[in-house]
Design a binder for this molecule. Structure first.
Ligand code: CMC
Length: 390
């Protein structure tokens, strides 16, 4: 109608100002608080990166110690929460469970939570970062029919997650430091990615003044789709379906066929049009982990061959389609022993500080309710037709 910009898919719309993360998609640059993701992945760790996202600066030693201890003090979930899990079918997808149980946290933290109080907001952020590994591991344990494991606050963040996933009351799980480091790095690589679909969902939900735990549940729901975080699970399914190198040409033909909806999962990105810097670190980590663990995975070879074919094919080159963060993460997660259905849950866990940092940023300044408009294409006004005349 002349007053609004029509921009389906938000191809050209900035919905907010933000100081948290910078992306230059043409140059393949991703910075958190100005620091390149490659440096954070190599030199920092996940909780330090969380602190950076929430505070805009890296912590000094005392600040880091305090932050880590605050997070680790909130790792337990209310004992009653396990009954929410038990309400789900045993074979429910862990992401379906996560949408429900993270939203259910709002039932535990609502009446005494004042989102206008900065300290209340900070505690919500700490709680979410602390409880996500516990809730993620519980969703796995429930699907495996095993007892839930309590968190161990003497372990590091990633180590504790692996403990809750793989230990049982009958047997400890000795966490391999290489595996713990890889897990931590995967969390760092997922920590934030500016206004992607799930973060925008968290902001949009938050703009109504909704409970922060409910906002994060909305983000989890948005992440689940295969075009977003669900892609890591879809990549492994795709590699399974292809089977072996001899079938690659047929597969690529299907991807290029306009009448076939098959996509090369783990390829392409709305913003990166040269390369995804997270994918480079992920591939390197994948090589390191598989070599260190002495694992020979034919799926890695298949993925590498697929990448090579795609990077030299006119269809992908002309459309600027490159491997994204999801292309190699599944192969590492599989090597660590994480089942495919948990891959997107791991993404959600890693992305939580990003979601909550954006929610905090939005609440730290005046904001308006997010309320997009539309181009109406339905019928013009008409008179109601009684039933006997239809
Ligand atoms: N395989 C085959 N063709 C593709 C792919 C792909 N993975 N991605 C894009 N294209 C084609 C698309 O069909 C279109 O072709 P044409 O111009 O002939 O119509 C062209 O490339 C442009 O793509 P688009 O769909 O307009 O791009 P978009 O920015 O709207 O979508 C995307 C981005 C990530 C949804 C898409 O690339 C995709 O579906 N990729 C596969 C799923 C995936 O790996 N998602 C994870 C994204 S990174 C992690 C995250 O943020 O969650």
């Amino acid at each position: 109608n002349g007053y609004f910009t029509y921009d389906p898919g938000f191809m050209a719309t900035s919905a907010c100002e933000s100081k948290i993360t910078f992306i230059d998609g043409d140059k393949g640059i991703l910075l958190h608080g100005g620091y390149p993701i490659e440096q954070l992945a190599e030199k920092s760790d996940y909780l330090e990166t969380c602190y950076l996202l929430l505070n805009g600066e890296l912590p000094n030693a005392a600040q880091k110690e305090d932050f880590v201890s605050r997070v680790m003090n909130h790792t337990m979930v209310h004992e009653q929460l396990q009954f929410f899990y038990r309400g789900f079918r045993r074979d429910a997808h862990p992401m379906a469970v996560m949408c429900g149980v993270v939203g259910a946290l709002s039932a535990f933290y609502h009446d005494n939570l004042d989102i206008n109080d900065p300290e209340h907001r900070r505690i919500a952020a700490i709680r979410l970062i602390a409880k996500m590994p516990t809730m993620a591991a519980m969703s796995y344990k429930y699907s495996a029919g095993q007892p839930f494991m309590y968190p161990r606050n003497d372990l590091g963040y990633a180590e504790n997650f692996l403990h809750m996933m793989f230990a049982t009351p009958c047997a400890d799980y000795k966490v391999n430091p290489i595996v713990a480091r890889a897990m931590d790095r995967i969390f760092v690589l997922h920590a934030d990615h500016e206004q992607n679909a799930s973060t925008s969902t968290v902001r949009l939900t938050g703009s109504t003044g909704a409970n922060p735990y409910a906002c994060i549940a909305a983000g989890i729901a948005a992440l689940w789709g295969p075009s977003h975080g669900g892609a890591n699970e879809a990549v492994l399914k795709m590699l399974d379906e292809i089977g072996d190198v001899s079938k690659l040409d047929d597969f690529i033909k299907r991807v290029k066929d306009k009448n076939d909806s098959t996509k090369l999962m783990g390829f392409g990105h709305r913003v990166y049009k040269n390369f995804d810097p997270r994918a480079k670190v992920m591939k390197q980590t994948c090589d390191e982990v598989l070599t260190a663990l002495g694992i020979h995975d034919p799926q890695l070879e298949l993925a590498m061959k697929l990448e090579e074919i795609a990077l030299n094919d006119e269809y992908f080159v002309s459309r600027k389609l490159y491997p994204n963060v999801d292309f190699y993460s599944g192969i590492i997660l599989k090597a660590i022993g994480i089942p495919t259905s948990m891959f997107t849950v791991i993404f959600a866990l890693g992305r939580t500080p990003g979601w909550i940092a954006h929610w905090l940023e939005m609440h730290s300044a005046p904001y308006k309710i997010s309320r997009p408009r539309q181009l109406y294409t339905g019928p013009v006004q008409r008179d109601f037709v009684p039933m006997d005349k239809r």
